[in-house]
Design a protein around this ligand. Structure first.
Ligand code: DCP
Ligand code: MG
Length: 395
């Protein structure tokens, strides 16, 4: 079938969006070692260097055979997109079963602290390095630094009404724009233990069903796709990502406009949404995810399901992304990931096709002509790309 042909044939191509990349690859241990080098460069702010390692990891993920001394000489050294330095690291792994630099870095206090800090939602490499520089090392240090209350339900943030109720009952109203990222970090720290617990597929579906059931009360006939890692086949997710639209190309855009805020408020009133990290169209701060922020309406929320008998309620991160009908399929692709797959999709569109791709649409560069794809497959067709199944987009 298409997928197995892609796996055996396309692994050496330049763009991640032309390769089939399974969730787990035959060289997983090597990918993990190289990823440590990628992460450390990223955390240290060495963007170009980080990207070459990230690309190397992506290439390894699509290589279908075990890399040993034979396949290394046969295939890997001939890859035009792997630099000398990285080839040496791969060779070292083939010979010794590990990469010395990766082990040293993984064991270092600095890498461990920076990695830990950046697992907190809203903390990027720059903030992580700043926290380290002023002497913070552990999550507990961060909790003290950000003055996080022990109980999440006592920090209550309602971005919709722009007020924060602190544990001692103080209400801060009218938070300034540049304070919001800090509040998001506070919330993320407060619910960190919940966020560390991954979300199984069944619960992802339940959350999706609740969201769509509630949305139906506000606007009938909307359509949706669960995207993100779930769509790529991950058994457990860190958050739930849902792309929502209306199928009517004529009247749908008007129906979608403002619906994101409306739904978020509704879910909040129903007790499903407890906190809002970011709501676009309300507060345009770009501090959380600076890369490739599209122009779609979205709500990044904290969500709770009513606890099962004897269970406790778990806070989950749920992202709701609203696309106008003409941008539904590009939004579905853009939010399905992986990050590298998307990056190369944009690059492919630009370099090979003279087009601009992002979640909010597909346009021709020279005259900005907008394409209106009717399906996900059509986006691939317009871009001149072979169809890649979402479960094979784990570059
Ligand atoms: N995305 C992107 N570029 C970014 C951030 C996100 O292209 N800088 C897209 C691709 C991701 C999708 O959005 O797959 C959802 O982002 P998540 O952070 O939720 O990542 P995943 O859903 O892939 O994994 P998980 O949520 O399990 O960590
Ligand atoms: Mg996700």
């Amino acid at each position: 079938d298409t997928t197995s042909r892609q796996i055996t044939r396309n692994w050496g191509t330049r763009y991640a969006c032309t390769r089939a990349s399974p969730l787990v690859c035959p060289n997983q241990a090597l990918a993990i070692e190289l990823n440590i080098l990628h992460r450390s460069r990223e955390l240290e702010g060495k963007a170009a260097n980080a990207l070459s390692y990230e690309r190397a990891v992506a290439i390894i993920k699509s290589y279908p055979k075990i890399i040993d001394s034979e396949t290394f000489e046969e295939d890997i050294v001939k890859l035009p997109h792997l630099g000398k330095k990285i080839l040496t690291k791969i060779e070292e792994f083939v010979e010794n079963g590990h990469i010395k630099e990766s082990r040293t870095i993984a064991a270092s206090e600095r890498f461990q602290s920076l990695s830990l800090f950046s697992t907190v939602y809203g903390v990027g490499p720059v903030t992580a390095r700043n926290l380290y520089a002023i002497g913070l090392r552990k999550i507990e240090d961060m909790e003290r630094y950000y003055d996080v209350p022990p109980d999440i339900d006592s920090t209550y943030l309602n971005v919709l009404e722009l007020e924060l109720v602190t544990p001692n009952g103080k209400r801060i109203i009218g938070l300034s724009k540049n304070k919001l990222p800090e509040v998001s970090i506070k919330i993320a720290l407060a619910i960190r233990k919940d966020l560390d617990i991954k979300i199984p597929r069944a619960e992802v579906q339940t959350i999706h069903d609740v969201v769509m059931r509630e949305l139906e009360k506000l606007q009938v006939g909307c359509i949706s796709t669960i995207v993100g890692g779930y769509r790529r086949g991950k058994l457990e997710s860190n958050d739930v990502d849902i792309v929502i639209s209306h199928p009517d190309l004529k009247t749908g855009a008007a129906k979608i406009k403002g619906l994101c805020t409306q739904l978020t408020k509704h879910l909040y009133k129903q007790g499903y949404v407890t906190h809002v990290m970011h709501l676009s169209g309300f507060h345009e701060h770009n501090a959380l995810r600076t890369e490739h922020w599209d122009s779609l309406e979205k709500a990044l929320t904290v969500f709770v399901l009513p606890p099962k008998e004897g269970g406790r309620k778990l806070h989950r991160r749920v992202d709701l992304i609203f696309a106008p009908p003409e941008a539904y399929w590009t939004a579905v692709i853009g939010w399905s990931g992986s990050k590298m797959f998307q990056r190369d999709l944009r690059l492919w569109a630009k370099v090979e096709r003279g087009m601009k791709f992002d979640s909010s649409g597909l346009t021709r560069r020279h005259d900005s002509k907008l394409f209106i794809p009717r399906s996900e497959k059509e986006v691939f067709d317009i871009l001149g790309l072979e169809w890649i199944d979402p479960r094979m987009r784990n570059a």
